[in-house]
Design a protein around this ligand. Structure first.
Ligand code: FMN
Length: 324
């Protein structure tokens, strides 16, 4: 069921996607025990890591329990990217990933992310210098192309393979598309068939059945879960159970939901203090209750609270009538 990225064993085929402001160390540690076989940090600027403030390093630090872990970096200078890759290797990353799919405006300024994928010769230089700089496996995460007329995923995947990259992740949308429309799994499949290194597919996997469908009907080695894990780390245990037994597992009980929310909040509070802990957990707490009765009023209350005890009381108060 698993596969290898270089020498790193990926025990199961469902991976946690990199997501800015979402997949920090605490969230990764929440998700890992549910069966995410490989977790990614959110993207981090190579320039920032080399020349920026010490605080940016918090984005790439991780706990031993998160292993195997991929650190994702972005940038467009072959020199800075390779220097940064080496630093990430020294920090202990199991895998180094280059972000080549993000098209937010600040990426344009530094010609990184999806903008780097528009300049294939510069991208090749970056990839070569990063590959030479480290011994750990190196991977790249791309979109299918800039737009439907420029489907660069095939060429980038071939280049990655020829340079000695160990895997490619393809998000099956164009940069112009952003997150609109459906991910194009036919193209992801074609990329997977065109190279020998593992290809991981990304886009719209939010249930065990869909993960099973993509893994059985395409040639990808793994699937990445992005928005589908927000408020739902159980998606990983559900995928594992479905792949192993064919049985569609029960969704988590409300008691389990409440316990994970309290645990998640407590971890953030203990590590980052009250103010930061609340700031970083708020959106997660809201995601956890999505679709439950009174979720909108919970959202309003949580958004206004700045006190640890009141947040804990509010979580318990929300679940009390649902559980009893
Ligand atoms: C809030 C958010 C932040 C993201 N941040 C990153 C990122 O830091 N690096 C990256 O490669 N992709 C990032 N992505 C893209 C996801 O990794 C994934 O490829 C995309 O969301 C499609 O998968 P999904 O349909 O499962 O969400 C982000 C997506 C979202 C929704």
């Amino acid at each position: 069921m698993g596969f290898y990225i270089g020498k790193v064993k990926i025990a199961r085929p469902a991976l946690l996607a990199p997501m800015e402001h979402v997949t920090n160390s605490i969230f990764r540690r929440i998700v890992k025990p549910f069966g995410a076989s490989l977790v990614f940090t959110e993207f981090c600027s190579s320039d920032g890591l080399i020349y920026g403030k010490e605080k940016i390093w918090e984005m790439v630090r991780f706990h031993e329990s998160e292993r195997p872990i991929t650190i994702q970096i972005f940038g467009s200078s072959p020199k800075i990217m390779s220097e940064c890759a080496k630093k990430m290797e020294d920090l202990g990353a199991d895998i180094l990933d280059i972000n080549c799919g993000c098209s937010v405006p600040r990426m344009e300024k530094c010609r990184a992310g999806a903008y780097l994928a528009k300049d294939l010769s510069l991208l090749k230089e970056v990839m070569e210098s990063v590959r030479k700089a480290v011994k750990i496996p190196v991977t790249i995460k791309i979109r299918k192309g800039w737009d439907e007329d420029r489907l660069t995923c095939f060429e980038i995947a071939k280049t990655a393979e020829s340079i000695g990259f160990d895997a490619v992740t393809v998000h099956g949308r164009t940069s112009v598309q952003g997150y609109k429309g459906k991910a194009d799994w036919d193209t992801i499949d074609k990329v997977a068939r065109s190279v020998k290194i593992p290809v991981i597919g990304s886009g719209d996997i939010n249930s065990a059945e869909i993960a099973f469908e993509k893994l059985s009907q395409t040639s990808v080695s793994g699937v990445m879960i992005g928005r589908g894990v927000m408020g739902n780390p159980w998606v990983f245990s559900e995928i594992t159970k479905y792949l192993e037994t064919g049985i569609n597992p029960h969704p988590p009980t409300l008691q389990e939901k409440m316990e994970i929310m309290l645990k998640h909040f407590q971890m953030a509070y203990e590590e980052h203090g009250e103010k930061e802990g609340i700031l970083e957990t708020r959106r997660h707490l809201i995601w956890y209750v999505k679709g439950l009765p009174n979720a909108a009023s919970f959202r309003g209350k949580i958004a206004a609270l700045n006190n640890r005890k009141k947040i804990i009381d509010e979580i318990k108060f929300f679940f009390q009538p649902l559980i009893n």
